[in-house]
Design a protein around this ligand. Structure first.
Ligand code: GDP
Length: 427
């Protein structure tokens, strides 16, 4: 997708996350100079298979797995220092050279142990289905203007004062929530004393780094986490993340202007899944749900939670194309559908008997959706070896054509397996 006219691309999930963004970022990173994470935190779990090795990257951009690109953790990310360095050191043990290749925004907010305690205590009453990694409470503190940023660690006295106030506040909240645990100030001091200097060594104005790279004609890949339907504004509120997962969030979270982004690749699975709670209009019956989960290995990369599965929902994908401004589509996991004799595609909804092709904003209406399906014939043949569109069975090509037509965005990539080479590039 990189061309001289398209040097800054964002990859976003166009469903409910877990679309296989990690693989697409890995494929595109080969031609990139800089790979940037711009939102979310250790709740993301991008799976990339290199040879026989499977890597699950939570906070470090997937570009690290290629020898070339430098990686940036942008200002929009909330960074958990403990798990960040565990991940970094783990990569080094696997022979990945990370030295001098990672920079972290000094504006990124820190996820601290008290945020995790609050997250876990809240989840008990709110039941959103969060991963309990402290992401939501960290964003709350960011917007409440009481967060601790990476750059604060440059002045340890200031950082420790902010953290002491945070611990005190968190403990008051934990008491209110009836939680039995409390945050320990000494443990926080120890953590920041141990990891603070290391983090400061990586901290910089990453917006400037990206700006300079673009000015020098370099190729920049912005790596989204989660999916459009989990966006705090455009997702199925309240079953959403705490950040803007849609493409607009990339400019803000990376610290560049929106006009700098020249391509928006939306990743969709050839079917639909959702982890956590909240509506899933095209959710399949128990038998198909179980089959898709088994064939697609639909279990969370971070939590191991089973994902709910259903047929491709074109209303959702078209909505996603609009709110992200998708220029291209990547369809992943086509191979998972190889054995189905028939493939229903959700082409519209009925809500209280009224037909609509638009996604309603409130969860109450979403719960009353009756999906309208158009059933396509399956291909019942393996697609795993296909490397060109012409290698695919006629029915698979017809299925992809229908998806592109319904979503209104051309397909650029089709993924037919977990491995790097199992991809079709549509020229
Ligand atoms: P992400 O968060 O969007 O990167 O999604 P995940 O990391 O959860 O990736 C989804 C899973 O699907 C991972 O285990 C990938 O290895 C796997 N995967 C990605 N593309 C394909 C594909 O085309 N076919 C199959 N069978 N698996 C895929």
């Amino acid at each position: 997708m990189f061309t001289p006219q398209c040097r800054c691309i964002v990859v976003v999930g166009a469903q409910w996350g877990d679309e296989g963004k990690g693989k697409l970022v890995d494929v595109l990173a080969e031609g990139a100079d800089l790979v940037v994470r711009y939102q979310g935190g250790a709740n993301a779990g991008h799976t990339v298979v290199v040879g026989d090795e499977q890597f699950i990257l939570q906070q470090i951009p997937s570009g690290i797995l290629h020898p070339g690109p430098r990686c940036v953790v942008g200002n929009g990310v909330v960074l958990d220092p403990e798990t960040f360095f565990i991940e970094l050191d783990h990569l080094a043990t696997k022979g990945i050279d990370t030295r001098g290749r990672i920079q972290v925004s000094d504006r990124a907010h820190l996820v601290l142990p008290y945020h995790k305690l609050l997250d876990q205590a809240r989840e008990k009453s709110q039941n959103i289905g969060t991963t309990g990694r402290g992401i939501g409470p960290t964003y709350e503190d960011k917007y409440g203007r009481r967060g601790v940023r990476v750059g604060d660690l440059r002045t340890p006295g200031t950082a420790m004062k902010l953290v002491a106030t945070g611990v005190e506040r968190a403990n008051a909240l934990l008491e209110m929530l009836g939680a039995s645990t409390r945050a320990d100030l000494t443990a926080h001091q120890e953590l920041l004393g141990r990891l603070g200097p290391r983090l400061v060594g990586l901290a910089t104005d990453t917006g400037l780094v990206i700006h300079r790279a673009l000015q020098a004609g370099r190729r920049v890949l912005l790596e989204g986490a989660q999916g459009a339907l989990l966006d705090v504004d455009h997702g199925n509120y309240t079953f959403v993340n705490s950040s803007n997962t849609t493409a607009g969030g990339a400019a803000v979270g990376a610290g560049i202007g929106p006009m700098a982004i020249q391509g928006v690749l939306g990743v969709v699975k050839a079917y639909t899944t959702r982890v956590g709670n909240g509506p899933l209009p095209s959710g399949a019956d128990a038998q198909v749900d179980a089959m898709l989960r088994k064939l697609g290995g639909e279990f969370g990369a971070v939590t191991g939670r089973a994902r709910r599965c259903g047929w491709f929902d074109a209303v959702v994908a078209r909505y996603s194309a609009r709110v992200n401004g998708l220029s291209h589509l990547a369809v992943t996991k086509l191979d998972v559908l190889d054995t189905f004799p028939e493939l229903p595609v959700c082409i519209g909804y009925r809500i209280d008997g009224e037909p609509t092709d638009q996604l309603p904003s409130d969860v109450g209406m979403l719960d009353r959706i009756e999906p309208v399906y158009r059933t396509m014939p399956g291909w019942q043949a393996s697609t795993a070896g296909a490397r060109r569109l012409e290698d695919l069975p006629r029915e698979a090509r017809a299925y992809l054509d229908l998806l592109a037509e319904l979503v209104g965005v051309p397909i650029r990539y089709v993924s037919v397996g977990t491995r790097r080479d199992q991809i079709i590039t549509v020229e």
